[in-house]
Design a protein around this ligand. Structure first.
Ligand SMILES: Cc1cc2nc3c(=O)[nH]c(=O)nc-3n(C[C@H](O)[C@H](O)[C@H](O)COP(=O)(O)OP(=O)(O)OC[C@H]3O[C@@H](n4cnc5c(N)ncnc54)[C@H](O)[C@@H]3O)c2cc1C
Length: 405
């Protein structure tokens, strides 16, 4: 039986980072992953350029049943800390939108950086390697049955991620292990995911597929309300784009979305005022403010004649059109599911974990980090920042607990 100080299960963002840091702090670390290829989610992230953090990351950018939980880890390992690490490896990057940082070249650079950090920590890595069982021993340590033989360790870190994109290695192993050790699970749901509609209800909009525009989208009530100013994309089956991915994380089944298609102006007032100055047809006037295909679709929805000269339009009709455009209420029938979701919402309930160390309060020596935990970031580099921050908190705590006093 091989003996380690810590076994990290899952060599994705959180697992690689945690293993490297713990190794560099003197722990003998084994890192195992069942997938044939290393860190596929990092590889495909950010369109292949990995949006590895967000300069502005703060607790308000994360969803959880226990919103204060993420504070401690995020405060002790900040975006600036990760930026320094990226710079120390000579990786060039740029800011794209609202604090989002991407590699100039390729997400492969982040994977290579994490591998070098593991190398510097003398981490042993077995991949592909499955873990059939984890047993708690009477001395408080663990024994694991792996496909490369039995191992024992004082600590086990679960870094198996969320359920999205099963074809590249996502599994519910971490959630099942948590349940076996009597941890509560906040129901997992697909998040950062395109929304779908009944084919019949969507038929009038299907022809708009491919059209994108900036909107304000909101959903939910009270503290659970989300509101984003981002781009929306029409698809054949429904809606996508950053605005929809963001709001999908806030939405629960049966909740309607409110979309303002022109958040920067008050359409009814503008059209009523324009009546005295413009000789344009209503359709052409609207198309100066909205993409033409969308303008035509909205006039049809409102039952208004696009060819009618603006001065001949009734104020009441223009006001009704304005309301339709500024307050489009719609009820999704579902979402594109785990196949298309970027992340999982829900996961291991944080009320049974230490926010300082990510250690189980039920099973000392067992840790949960990254996306398997009920902390879900917005779109824009926040999920990786949680992976780095939770991994750093765990590695630090494990090393402190192992060092002689
Ligand atoms: C298409 C896409 C694009 C994304 N882009 C971004 C982005 O640009 N910025 C951002 O912040 N976030 C992005 N994300 C989210 C981000 O990738 C995840 O939140 C992050 O990778 C979570 O890190 P993790 O280590 O917890 O899980 P992962 O990185 O998913 O790693 C989990 C690892 O555990 C392994 N594993 C699973 N089950 C087992 C098992 N039973 N035994 C052994 N190993 C197992 C998996 O093979 C995997 O390697 C994106 C996600 C997707 C799907």
């Amino acid at each position: 039986m091989q003996v380690f100080d810590a076994v990290v299960v899952g060599a994705g963002a959180a697992g690689l980072f945690c293993a490297g840091l713990a190794g560099q702090r003197g722990l003998r670390v084994l890192l195992v992953d069942h997938a044939p290829r290393l860190a596929e989610k990092i590889r495909i992230s950010g369109g292949g350029r990995c949006n590895f953090t967000n300069r502005e990351a703060a607790p308000a950018n994360f969803l959880s049943d226990n919103p204060a939980f993420c504070r401690s880890a995020l405060a002790r390992y900040t975006p600036q800390d990760f930026i320094k690490l990226v710079q120390s490896h000579g990786i060039a990057f740029h800011e794209k939108h609202k604090g989002q940082l991407f590699c100039d070249d390729s997400s492969e650079q982040i994977i290579q950086m994490l591998l070098k950090e593991c190398g510097a920590g003398g981490v042993t890595r077995w991949q592909p390697c499955t873990v059939a069982d984890v047993r708690r021993m009477p001395d408080g340590g663990f024994e694991l049955d792996t496909s490369q033989g039995p191992v024992s360790a004082a600590r086990v870190v679960v870094a198996t991620g969320g359920l999205s994109i099963p074809k590249i290695g996502a599994s519910d192993w971490g959630l099942r292990l948590a349940k076996r050790f009597e941890h509560a699970i906040v129901e997992p749901r697909a998040a950062l995911v395109p929304l779908t509609f009944d084919a019949e209800a969507w038929a009038p909009f299907a022809a708009l597929a491919g059209l994108s525009l900036p909107v304000e989208v909101s959903c939910g009530a009270g503290k659970a309300r989300g509101r984003f100013l981002e781009d929306l994309l029409f698809t054949h089956r429904g809606l996508s784009g950053p605005a929809i991915l963001q709001i999908s994380s806030y939405r629960t089944a049966g909740q309607a979305l409110q979309i303002n298609l022109m958040p920067d102006l008050q359409l009814d007032e503008e059209l009523v005022e324009a009546k005295s100055a413009s000789r344009r047809q209503l359709g052409n006037e609207l198309a100066t403010r909205l993409p033409q295909r969308l303008a035509a679709a909205w006039l049809e929805r409102a039952g208004l004649d696009a060819a009618r000269p603006l001065p001949e339009c009734r104020d009441a009709d223009l006001q009704r059109l304005g309301r339709n455009v500024h307050d489009w209420q719609l009820m999704p029938s579902g979402d594109e599911g785990w196949r298309k979701a970027e992340v999982m919402r829900g996961g291991v309930d944080t009320r049974e974990l230490s926010s300082q160390s990510l250690e189980s309060k039920r099973v000392p020596g067992l840790y949960f980090i990254g996306e398997v935990v009920d902390v879900t970031g917005w779109l824009g580099g926040y999920n990786f920042q949680w992976a780095w921050a939770s991994a750093a908190a765990c590695a630090r705590a494990m090393a402190d607990a192992s060092s002689p006093t």
